[in-house]
Design a protein around this ligand. Structure first.
Ligand code: ACO
Length: 431
């Protein structure tokens, strides 16, 4: 790749200087502008970071034009077809696929950390019964820093590893506690004889008064969805985790910030919003009306589950999940699923519409995931929590990558100031 420096002239002095150009292992070249303030006295203006690489990373690669997603170099469709969520978690965090022994040890450690301190359970019980579970989860995750301070030295690699196992292991338990609290049902403790997703389903759906068998189809479907949601490079919630973590705050605080960022409907909250939208549309006859609303900039309505900052082609995860919907619904005996039929029709019509075609708006990961969650009887308010459980792996991988980099500095964007120039204070009586 040609790394010819980029020539830049200072408009005030006319002095020319060269901006270094950096090349990753794949992907477009990147101009290193970090010397601009010192050498030229200027900043760059890039609201919403559409043109800015905020860090160097070795974890995940996306080619948005080609619809490619790689975790540590492995295509996500290969991982979805052959791997498991635990294996993908190991891959994202440690950088390579584990040997059979490494995977076994990793699984064992995650399994042994699934219980949460009883006081954390009592926190959950203090919430209003209809609190949104994302509110409960972000609060309980932040509270973990008050319980697990035996291993919170961010400069100690072993402490960081213990944290990473604890948070990934305990997130499903915290989510299940939030779910049971909303239902008013007793909390179900984790079972170490079950795999990650099966244990989660058991904590969600078992009750103390009768036996409950986890449906392997449901556990497998969830595992696959978790693989697809595990990481997505510098998205809003991951960047939030990195920015919060760059202050040196404890990792639970940083992950809690990520949970809160994920909750927004423009990000992970879209999976819940898609199902609300499909229900509101109601039938295929109403699709044109809703597409018109999505095109009308004054309506504030967007086609939820459509569009992406990086993908200007099919989101590869959406393709896999759409395929998965057919298989999972068939296996669960739910082939007649009106919301899935409506979603398929909506995709078909939108992808022929000039507005969506010209803007390269395709279904994203959230468009079909809610159909699977609803088929698994997971309540709608828990969909974004499911996303958070899976994405915790990515947040942890990015936090670890950042903290273990000796060159890490606090994240601190600059601004283009457009407020008043300096003026003198006027006493209240004279205003
Ligand atoms: N419905 C209607 N119009 C849309 C949509 C949509 N879903 N998405 C983008 N557009 C329009 C924009 O209004 C803009 O139009 P314009 O050029 O006439 O001004 C154009 O398409 C380009 O979009 P951007 O605003 O540049 O997209 P941006 O990168 O800022 O936002 C986002 C991406 C937030 C995902 C947006 O597409 C959106 O809000 N989608 C719906 C919510 C959603 O599904 N979010 C989940 C994303 S995936 C994830 O986070 C897990």
């Amino acid at each position: 790749m040609d790394n010819k420096p980029f020539e830049l002239a200072n408009p005030a002095t006319g002095v020319k200087s060269l901006l270094p150009v950096r090349a990753g292992t794949i992907g477009p070249q990147v101009l290193d502008i970090s010397g601009l303030p010192k050498d030229h006295g200027v900043f760059t203006f890039d609201p919403a970071f559409g043109a800015t690489a905020s860090c160097e990373s070795k974890i995940t690669y996306i080619d948005g034009d080609a619809g490619v997603l790689l975790y540590r170099g492995y295509p996500v469709d290969q991982l979805a077809a052959h791997s498991s969520f635990m294996e993908v978690a190991y891959l994202l965090i440690y950088g390579n696929l584990p040997s059979a022994k490494e995977l076994d040890t990793y699984r064992g450690s995650i399994t042994r950390h699934t219980m949460i301190n009883e006081s954390l359970l009592r926190f959950t019980n203090g919430f209003h019964h209809n609190a949104h579970p994302m509110a409960m989860v972000s609060a309980v995750v932040a509270s973990m820093s008050a319980f697990y301070y035996d291993s919170m030295d961010i400069h100690d690699p072993r402490h960081r590893e213990i944290f990473s196992h604890r948070i990934i292991a305990k997130l499903p338990t915290i989510a299940a506690a939030a779910h049971k609290h909303a239902l008013g049902q007793p909390f179900i403790y984790p079972r170490n004889d079950l795999a990650y997703c099966a244990n989660m389903l058991n904590m969600f759906f078992a009750v103390p008064c009768e036996p409950y068998e986890v449906d392997p189809v449901a556990a497998q479907a969830l595992d696959l969805l978790f693989i697809l949601h595990a990481d997505h490079e510098q998205n809003a919630s991951t960047s939030t985790v990195r920015l919060a973590g760059s202050t040196g705050t404890n990792p639970y605080a940083a992950i809690s910030a990520g949970v809160s960022a994920l909750w927004g409907p423009a990000h992970g909250g879209a999976n819940e919003a898609v199902l609300d939208m499909l229900e509101e549309i109601g039938s295929a006859a109403n699709i044109p009306k809703f597409l018109d609303m999505a095109k009308d900039k004054s309506s504030h309505f967007k086609l939820m589950g459509f569009g992406h900052r990086v993908y200007k082609n099919f989101d590869p995860r959406a393709k896999i999940i759409r395929e998965m919907c057919h298989k999972v619904l068939a296996k669960l005996g739910q082939t007649d699923n009106p919301l899935f039929e409506l979603a398929l029709r909506l995709e078909e019509i939108a992808l022929k519409d000039e507005y969506f075609v010209s803007r390269k708006l395709y279904p994203n990961v959230d468009f079909y995931s809610g159909i699977i969650y609803s088929a698994l009887k997971i309540p709608r308010s828990m969909y974004t929590v499911m996303f958070a459980i899976a994405r915790t792996v990515g947040w942890v991988a990015h936090w670890l990558e950042m903290i273990s980099d000796p060159a890490m500095r606090i994240g601190r964007p600059r601004q283009l100031y457009t407020g008043p120039t300096q003026r003198d204070y006027v006493a209240v009586a004279k205003r």
